[in-house]
Design a protein around this ligand. Structure first.
Ligand code: GLA
Length: 739
């Protein structure tokens, strides 16, 4: 009943208000605690009014006057979705060159619609039409009630006399009026992804973007945290968190205008991306995901994690299998015996899935290094004479599942595929094809390439039915862009065509093989975004497996993306990348804050290390439901001075928690961290047990109260004093509510 009546009521209200013409109507979209409020003004414009806590008296917003259409900008004068036209003087959300050459668009509110949505979600559409041309911009809003998250995107279509050209089309526009604005965003490089960068926004425009087409999150991530009035803290302050769900060129733009107001735009990067649209051909932008917290960035993270686990991650609440990946343990140098030996070692440790990384394919051009073979997805018979099924059966005989690495978007010049299909390679006519990591990029915007990739994956999975896990890598970005699949006047659609083509292949794989665990990887964390994640179970956060570096990388990553999706592997010491030397316990404790795995040759561990690893893996199996279903609370940030990092995972019913603490520098004897715990029920009593202790486990370990029971109040107000302080020491505690 409800869903039938509401849309008509909304239409009725909108239409009657339009007929009356003068009074603005309030249009709100709400979640459990938040509201996004618009109003339709006397000139029929859809105006932005409020984003933040739900208002008890939102009708009052109808009283506010908006300036006349002819006015220059003034305070709190924001269209919900500003198009270039009228008095707009800032970067608009939408710029269209119409079929008649006109550069101007004036969007007028036409209708509010409600579309069917899954339970817990409302899907509202504000239909906006150009005042002159037959062009429609539908502003879509999904409100996720329990998670307090919104998704916004736009669909443009028209019936003009010829094609139109879209110069820019952002997914969302969010204005704010505060005294100051502090932006946190994520910057980095290969091996240092998701490094947190924080700054106060000053007058002018701050842009975070990628124009690399592929592997876009290696340097900057399409997500941000915006603190209003004062810098963000974990538990205080008003924060807006946002992320674009898109694996291609993006732009986040933050402009402090002459009124001291902030205009935030999130969407596709307009860089060489003009979109030609024929009459009747709609264009749908990616989704912009956003939330608000009145209580610091911890709550933003928890809201985004809950949303992602339910709506943007495969099987988001299901505990994950523990993986051993062959890469750092074998690189390209292996034969069958190397791998069965690794499987033996992994099985003895309690690992559940063995993943064979790069190097298993290519015969005419064997993949013995990064120089050849990409594109030729046949098993190398010299290295693996009995094929992949032999390995999968072998893993199964040891109680383990089998997984495989692929890099389907790529081709080495030295490959049979490059010889056969040069036209599939991204290229600009007559110009050199530039190789990166000795490889070229296949044009996923081309339906023939999509079909090739799909067929390749489908055949791989049909011929090897025991493959239970796929790691999909992508080790370069776009250069010399160009596509043979689009006509000359549509080359600038290459960027979106590529990502849509990639997503269409992902979608086919998910639909036919929903049980297969999918990891997204792009030279480490080069494809960590909610667009790609929606088709996957997890991402490889970084090729940097050094535990110390990982504390920072994972901290940044988990500000936005959920820990359960963050693949974190224990590797050797000294670390292959950094040369850093850290104890095995420290490496395990760090990896246990994400989806635990191993990235080493088990037989290189001595007996004591193997015993510790076996026990740690068994421990992880106890706590991994917390990673899947619990809430993340951070206490000490790696960015704070002091040399401590700490965080915890708390079950939703607050009956269990796991606490992690790390010492990242040498502290004076007696200097220890006090962990004032978070998320607990003050009235409950918790038994504190230290996990992952070094054998032989004697005495109290890292906490004088180990094995004792404390109230949630004590643990929150007084705190738990962890007796660690030497460099690279760490502790893990399990808290269990007792009756
Ligand atoms: C990329 C990935 C690594 C590994 C190698 C293999 O760098 O990020 O994890 O798979 O490729 O070549």
């Amino acid at each position: 009943m409800k869903s039938n009546v509401l849309p008509w009521l909304a239409v009725f209200l909108a239409v009657t208000s339009l007929l009356r013409g003068a009074e603005p109507t309030v249009q709100s979209v709400t979640t459990r605690d938040l509201a996004l409020v618009y109003s339709v003004d006397a000139a029929h414009r859809l105006m932005f009014r409020h984003f933040g806590p739900k208002l008890a008296h939102e009708a009052e917003l109808a009283r506010a006057k908006t300036p006349a259409v002819s006015d220059v900008r003034s305070m709190r004068h924001w269209e919900a979705y500003p198009a270039y036209g009228r008095a707009e003087v800032y970067s608009p959300a939408l710029q269209v060159t119409h079929a008649d050459g006109s550069l101007v668009t004036e969007l007028v509110f036409a209708q509010r619609k409600t579309l069917p949505a899954p339970e817990g979600v409302t899907h509202t559409v504000f239909v906006l039409r150009d005042a002159v041309q037959p062009l429609t911009a539908e502003l879509h809003l999904e409100a996720y009630a329990q998670e307090n998250v919104f998704a916004q995107w736009v669909e443009v279509s028209h019936s003009e006399k010829g094609p139109i050209a879209i110069g820019s089309i952002f997914s969302g526009f969010l204005p704010s009026a505060a005294r100051k604005y502090f932006l946190s965003h994520f910057h980095g490089a290969w091996s240092s992804e998701m490094t947190l960068s924080e700054e106060e926004l000053k007058p002018g425009v701050k842009i975070i973007e990628s124009q690399r087409g592929v592997r876009i999150t290696q340097q900057d991530n399409p997500s941000f945290l915006l603190a209003l009035d004062q810098p963000a803290t974990e538990e205080t302050g008003e924060i807006i968190g946002g992320a674009l769900a898109w694996s291609g060129n993006f732009r986040l733009s933050f402009q402090v205008d002459e009124w001291g107001q902030l205009r935030t735009l999130a969407g596709l990067n307009p860089f060489v991306s003009e979109l030609k649209l024929a009459p009747g051909e709609p264009f749908v932008s990616p989704k912009f995901i956003f939330t608000y917290s009145p209580a610091g960035r911890g709550l933003v993270s928890r809201r985004l994690h809950d949303w992602a686990r339910r709506y943007a991650l495969a099987d988001g609440f299901t505990p994950r299998s523990i993986v051993l990946n062959s890469w750092e343990g074998a690189y390209f140098k292996f034969d069958e015996a190397t791998l069965t030996g690794m499987i033996d070692g992994a099985a003895q440790l309690g690992v559940e899935t063995f993943v064979l990384d790069d190097g298993w394919f290519g015969n005419k051009h064997p993949r013995d290094s990064a120089e050849a073979g990409l594109g030729d997805w046949q098993t190398n018979i010299k290295k693996l004479p009995r094929g992949l099924n032999y390995l999968a059966d072998y893993a199964e005989s040891k109680g383990m599942k089998f997984g495989l690495w692929i890099e389907p978007e790529m081709v080495n010049p030295r490959s049979e595929l490059a010889e056969r299909h040069p036209e599939w390679i991204v290229q600009s006519p007559g110009r050199e094809k530039i190789a990166m990591r000795n490889q070229w990029l296949l044009d996923l915007g081309n339906p023939a390439v999509q079909e090739f990739v799909w067929q390749m994956v489908d055949r791989l999975l049909t011929e090897h039915p025991k493959i239970a896990y796929l790691k999909w890598d992508a080790n370069r970005h776009v250069s010399q862009p160009g596509t043979t699949a689009l006509p000359a006047d549509r080359q600038s659609s290459f960027w979106t065509a590529y990502v849509r083509g990639l997503y269409s292949v992902y979608a086919k794989i998910r639909a036919k093989y929903p049980q297969i665990i999918l990891q997204v990887c792009a030279s480490g964390g080069g494809r960590v975004d909610f667009g790609a994640l929606a088709y996957h179970h997890e991402f490889w956060a970084s090729d940097n497996t050094d535990a110390l570096s990982r504390l920072t990388i994972q901290y940044g990553t988990n500000l936005i993306y959920p820990p359960i999706a963050t693949a974190a592997h224990v590797s050797t010491s000294p670390n292959h990348q950094t040369g850093n030397v850290t104890p095995l316990k420290f490496r395990f404790d760090v990896a246990m804050t994400g989806r635990l795995g191993l990235e080493l040759q088990p037989k290189d561990m001595d007996a004591a290390e193997q015993e510790f690893a076996r026990a740690a893996i068994a421990t992880y199996k106890r706590i991994r439901p917390l990673l899947a279903q619990g809430d993340l609370y951070r206490m000490h940030s790696p960015y704070e001075p002091g040399g401590w990092v700490s965080q915890m995972l708390v079950a939703k019913d607050r009956t269990q928690a796991a606490v992690f603490v790390f010492s990242t520098q040498a502290h004076r004897r007696g200097v220890v961290p006090t962990l004032r715990l978070r998320g607990l029920d003050p009235a409950k009593r918790y038994k504190v047990t230290e996990l992952n202790r070094l054998a032989p486990a004697k005495g109290a370990g890292a906490f004088w109260g180990n094995g004792q029971t404390f109230t949630g109040e004590y643990l929150t107000e007084i705190g738990l004093e962890a007796n660690i302080g030497k460099i690279y020491t760490s502790a893990v505690f399990l808290l269990e509510a007792v009756p």
